[in-house]
Design a protein around this ligand. Structure first.
Ligand SMILES: Nc1ncnc2c1ncn2[C@@H]1O[C@H](COP(=O)(O)OP(=O)(O)O)[C@@H](O)[C@H]1O
Ligand SMILES: [Mg+2]
Length: 364
């Protein structure tokens, strides 16, 4: 199956390259033909003038007629070329339409899985053959609190995208209760997840309140639950200070009913709101990809202490802060797409290896 897909990919790539090459060659040929025609035409009229077959005045007329005719021709050629480009774009479109639409296919998960596993997973993005993940093995059990750490570019966010089923492994498998994610109904998997990615959505047309309760649109809005979520994310204080409190629209381009403009938030405030939205969702499996990078270390530590303190949820968190990671059950340290160390924080510190090197300044 994977081999088939690779084959298709190569074939599409080839088609595209062929189209692009044909485009360049045709344009070049058109330019050459145009230049030659112009040269020959002008040369012949100059010769005729020299031999007094034509009066000098004819030169201007002929030159103008020719440049008009050639202009029309090159317009035609450009149009032909743009057809080529359109066809090349069609190749991309067809490739997109051929991707499996498996969001609602496959076996439905009737409850959150007891194990989430990556087995020998390697992955590279389509346009680049360099492996972003190589031979990753990871087994997460329900209720575990997992931290993933590593430098920027180590592959942490990519690993999360594979777990979500947004990308499929180039090699290896993602397994939920030993069933491959490719055979599982993705919508049912996603219904158990509360994911906060680095590039989360900001609903600028909506109020602060709506930005939180959009976390779970399946249920009717729950006031108590809203209050709990904004407290947990430490968002209550700044929401109360907004011009219209929780009914403030969070985009300057939008107006309230009374004609006043909405307001924008700072990066940290948006993150707190996105966290509150995530908490409002009450998902059994929570995935947080650097959710508090714009929030100060003390607040992050408090937010995570609350999150990790509540047993029951499975939590997978990516963070660069030692105080946050410290509370995890298992830490995975990634480097260049590989897991180089794993274990409890105490074990990793005692090992004095890569983890220790990365966090030494924060451990003191
Ligand atoms: N959509 C993408 N297409 C191509 N390469 C990507 C894409 N997203 C990330 N990468 C590359 O994959 C590598 C890992 O990125 P990422 O998973 O975001 O790392 P991290 O989250 O640990 O900072 C980086 O080299 C990055 O440039
Ligand atoms: Mg990342």
């Amino acid at each position: 199956m994977l081999d088939m897909r690779a084959k298709w990919r190569d074939k599409d790539q080839l088609e595209r390259i062929q189209f692009e090459r044909a485009y360049i060659i045709k344009r070049l040929a058109a330019d050459v033909v145009e230049a030659i025609a112009q040269l020959v035409g002008l040369l012949s009229i100059v010769l005729q003038i020299i031999h007094r077959v034509q009066p000098v005045g004819q030169f201007v007329l002929v030159e103008q007629m020719m440049s008009r005719a050639l202009g029309g021709m090159s317009g035609l050629i450009i149009q032909f070329n743009s057809i080529d480009q359109d066809i090349a774009a069609m190749v991309d479109f067809q490739r997109f339409m051929r991707l499996p639409r498996n969001l609602n296919e496959g076996r439905k998960l009737l409850e959150p899985p007891q194990t989430i596993e990556l087995r020998n997973v390697s992955f590279h993005y389509l346009k680049n053959d360099k492996l972003v993940l190589s031979d990753i093995n990871m087994k997460i059990r329900a209720g575990q609190r997992i931290a993933i750490v590593g430098e920027n570019g180590a592959g942490k966010s990519t690993l999360i995208k594979l777990l979500l089923g947004l990308y499929q492994p180039t090699r290896g498998q993602v397994l939920l209760d030993n069933v491959s994610l490719t055979d599982i109904n993705k919508s049912s998997w996603h219904s158990y997840l509360g994911v906060l990615q680095q590039d989360f959505i900001k609903y600028r047309f909506a109020t602060a309140y709506e930005n939180v309760v959009y976390g779970d649109v399946q249920r009717s809005y729950d006031e108590q639950h809203y209050q709990r979520s904004i407290k947990q994310a430490e968002a209550s204080a700044f929401i109360d200070k907004l011009p219209k409190k929780r009914d403030t629209i969070l985009g300057q381009w939008f107006e309230h009913d009374d004609g006043t403009n909405g307001v924008d938030l700072s990066g940290g405030q948006w993150q707190r709101l996105a966290l509150a939205r995530n908490f409002y969702r009450q998902a059994p499996i929570v995935i947080l990809d650097e959710p508090t990078s714009a929030i100060d270390a003390l607040a992050e530590s408090r937010i995570f202490a609350r999150l990790f303190g509540k047993h029951g949820n499975t939590i997978i968190a990516i963070s660069h802060r030692y105080t946050t990671i410290k509370k995890a059950d298992v830490v995975y340290m990634m480097q260049n797409g590989k897991i180089v160390e794993q274990g409890s924080v105490d074990e990793l510190v005692a090992r004095r290896g890569e983890f220790y090197k990365m966090f030494a300044s924060q451990i003191e």
